[in-house]
Ligand binder design. Structure first.
Ligand SMILES: [Zn+2]
Ligand SMILES: [Zn+2]
Length: 332
């Protein structure tokens, strides 16, 4: 009998599907790419043709220029070679998808990156039963249990209100995390204008164009210091301690990332106010998802594979670690 999933070929540079002659999230330019979402470690420039959700394609065009893109809406099915392919929400960032591959009577779901918590800026993760579930494991250790989003945003608002002559400068990745922080603040009733570093502007504008409400956003550059007192300002992590931030009114340095759970990471970045806010599943979300998806096999990639493989094996779920390269930088 043929081995389960023998029609896909996971390679270090991506998952190759010979019967569709296409790759999922390839780290090198390829003729035909299926892309789960817009983060740079999954969506590269330079592919021949790209199949992705309309939102992911729009993000790729914003970052890399025009694409030979084929938009595939959530729930739509298309055929490439001998494989039926559809995209369902992954709950990670706007447009993020799990890619469902159907061939030879088997179903494989490639999760891309995902989370199970609510996110006002993207569609929620959909559980899709399948034979093989290829899951990420960025936070795949039992020590990673993300706190309640509400409590982290509350910390931010408390610091802001306790320091009316300072500003809170929040480091956040420009795709996904920045908009999520804004969306969560709005959800908690924070209506003040939020100020943006120039590098955040394009993707925030794109989110708004694609229908995500972010409230009033203003550029932080060219604004009098006095106006920025008592304000929230968002910047890329790299700008937290650089020259740019020196012109702000005594900033409280914050950073929104799942890695803020690790004290050393907060110290490295001189972060006074770590906000543990992740767009990836934590340990409980990973294990809950595997239980709900109930696949025959779990293939683990993109992070701490060993603990999750072990968790599966003691529950009689066949599991293996895949050896993909090129992940991490933008994802947290
Ligand atoms: Zn990733
Ligand atoms: Zn990602």
């Amino acid at each position: 009998m043929a081995k389960l999933g023998d029609w896909i070929d996971p390679q270090p540079s991506g998952i190759y599907i010979p019967s569709a002659d296409a790759w999922v999230d390839p780290s090198q330019p390829v003729p035909r790419a299926l892309v789960t979402h817009g983060h740079a470690d999954h969506a590269r420039g330079g592919h021949g043709e790209v199949w992705a959700t309309p939102e992911t394609l729009a993000i790729m065009e914003t970052r890399y220029g025009a694409q030979t893109g084929h938009p595939v809406a959530y729930g739509e099915t298309m055929r490439l070679g001998e494989v039926d392919i559809s995209f369902v929400p992954a709950g990670h960032v706007l447009g993020s998808a799990q890619i469902i591959l159907d061939h030879k009577g088997e179903r494989i779901v490639v999760s891309g990156d995902y989370k199970r918590r609510e996110d006002p800026t993207c569609a929620p993760f959909e559980v899709t039963p399948c034979d093989i579930f290829i899951t990420e494991a960025t936070f795949g250790l039992p020590v990673f249990r993300h706190p309640e989003t509400h409590d982290e945003i509350d910390k931010l608002l408390t610091a802001l209100r306790a320091n009316p002559t300072r500003c809170v400068l929040v480091g956040a990745y420009a795709l996904g995390k920045a908009q999520r922080v804004i969306g969560e603040l709005r959800r908690m009733g924070f209506d003040d204008p939020i100020y943006l570093h120039g590098a955040m502007q394009r993707l925030c504008d794109l989110y708004v164009e694609l229908g995500v409400e972010l409230g009033e956003l203003r550029p932080a550059t060219g604004v009098a210091k006095k106006e920025l007192e008592g304000r929230i300002i968002l910047c890329p992590p790299g700008a937290l301690n650089d020259r740019w931030s020196r012109r702000l009114p005594d900033p409280i340095t914050a950073m929104a990332s799942g890695w803020m759970r690790v004290r050393q990471r907060a110290v490295q970045r001189n972060v006074e106010l770590p906000l543990i806010l992740s767009d990836h599943a934590d340990w409980d979300e990973l294990t809950r998802t595997i239980r709900e998806v109930a696949p025959r096999e779990v293939w683990v990639t993109h992070g701490r594979e060993d603990a999750l493989v072990h968790w599966c094996s003691i529950r009689q779920i066949k599991a293996r670690a895949l050896d993909l390269v090129g992940f991490e930088d933008e994802d947290d």
